[in-house]
Design a protein around this ligand. Structure first.
Ligand code: ZN
Length: 431
């Protein structure tokens, strides 16, 4: 027993990302810095990290560097807050590898969790230090355990907000198309009417940080039909918020979006059929949008779409249009990609598409940092480079404001002051 324990300790000390943050202060010296809040690109600035937190940020001459500080020079890089993806599924993997139905019905839970371990590492290494994982899709409450494994430093991964099983109206979700007399396990928990408070409380009791509800029937092609009544959605919001948990709604249709916004959800996911009127309502109610552009593109790629070679599919033209309408209405747009539909570790695609669809790169970076933190209620912990916040920081090669795809070129990742990825940064101790 004691031998196993000591071996485990030896092994874990060799897994990057699992070391304890040391008390030795770290000084980061990038070429440029973007603080996540405004659009200014600062040169000659440094960040001092002590323990898990940012202690100071400013022009190099203005930051007092303690003795015994470890300096990390990051020439040619831009330092940013750790990125946030507000819509992931770590228990899914791309549907062109295995169809969603088969993942839900045929993959053992242990297989799914094993994959998820790798997904979390890939997400962290790609610069995302926080995720909100929006449903295990048939894997029960496995997200709660994965979150604990990350927090206990058993596996490396981003900070996680979890939702467990998510809630769907009876008969509205999937897998479907089986003989009607068969009872097929579903990718989320069915509940309706008077049963909703019990299910909300049950999911929260089992570890959900947020409650996710599907305001539409699941249909990736048509968007489906609105399911729950406003009264039902209000019941969910009231029950969850009384327990300190905000509510997130999947909604692709206008009516689903309208009911969810009226009922008081905090974010709406997808929003494909949103228009000026719906987005004005969201703006008025301060409901944020996670557009999930990258997942929509991935679904079309799986069906044969070839970027730049075949005509843009109607679904993506609609995405482009609704994204622009949301921007025009001033809705808070948050980086949420639906990663899992496509490969974990490639979440940068969502930012590239936001820019391609008309958002300035500096705004897209804010959507993945300070704006996402605000929408998730994490702004006092992460999402910007400010003294007192957690030291979630990434350095990327080049300048992502000039070329957004620079965020794919990760040089360094710091999560809560802990160096979890270091690709060739040069180190030296200060005098
Ligand atoms: Zn999703």
């Amino acid at each position: 027993m004691s031998l196993c324990l000591s071996l485990a300790l030896v092994v874990s000390s060799f897994v990057p990302g699992l070391e304890e943050a040391t008390d030795q202060p770290i000084l980061l010296r990038p070429a440029r810095l973007i603080d996540g809040v405004d659009s200014e690109l600062r040169t000659g600035w440094v960040v001092l990290v002590r323990g898990a937190k940012i202690e100071a940020v400013g022009p190099a001459h203005a930051v007092v560097v303690p003795e015994n500080t470890r300096t990390i020079d990051l020439p040619d890089t831009t330092l940013l807050p750790g990125l946030i993806d507000a819509h992931t599924h770590v228990l899914l993997h791309p549907y062109n590898e295995t169809l969603w139905d088969d993942q839900v019905l045929k993959e053992p839970l242990a297989l799914r969790v094993s994959r998820a371990n790798n997904h979390l590492r890939a997400i962290l290494d790609s610069g995302f230090t926080t995720i909100r994982d929006l449903g295990t899709e048939g894997a029960g409450y496995a997200d709660v355990g994965l979150k604990q494994a990350v927090e206990q430093k058993i596996i490396p991964g981003p900070r996680m907000i979890v939702t467990t099983r998510a809630i769907v109206a009876t008969g509205s979700y999937a897998p479907r198309g089986f003989a009607p007399e068969l009872k097929i396990p579903q990718g989320a928990e069915e509940a309706d009417g008077v049963d909703l408070p019990r299910v909300v409380r049950d999911q929260i009791g089992r570890g959900a940080d947020w409650v996710k509800i599907y305001a539409d029937q699941w249909d990736p092609v048509t968007g489906g039909k609105a399911t729950f009544s406003i009264a039902e959605l209000r019941t969910v919001v009231e029950t969850a918020t009384a327990l300190g948990c905000p509510v997130v709604a999947h909604a692709m249709t206008r009516e689903g979006m309208r009911r969810a916004a009226e009922a008081g959800v905090r974010t709406i996911e997808h929003g494909d059929q949103g228009d000026a009127e719906i987005f004005a309502l969201m703006k008025q109610k301060d409901v944020a949008l996670c557009p999930t552009l990258a997942a929509a593109e991935a679904m079309e790629l799986y069906k044969g779409y070839k970027i730049g070679q075949t005509p843009e599919p109607a679904g993506l033209t609609l995405k482009r249009k609704s994204f622009k309408a949301a921007m025009d209405a001033g809705v808070r747009i948050v980086n949420g990609s639906d990663m899992g539909v496509f490969a974990h570790g490639t979440g940068a695609r969502e930012l590239e598409l936001m820019v391609e669809y008309g958002m300035p790169a500096a705004k897209a970076l804010q959507a993945a940092t300070s704006e996402a933190a605000k929408a998730l209620g994490l702004e006092t912990r992460t999402g910007s480079i400010r003294p007192g916040l957690q030291a979630d920081l990434i350095a990327v090669e080049g300048d992502p404001v000039q070329q957004i795809s620079a965020i794919r070129k990760i040089r360094l990742v710091l999560k809560q002051g802990q160096l979890v990825l270091d690709r060739g940064a040069s180190h030296k101790k200060s005098e």
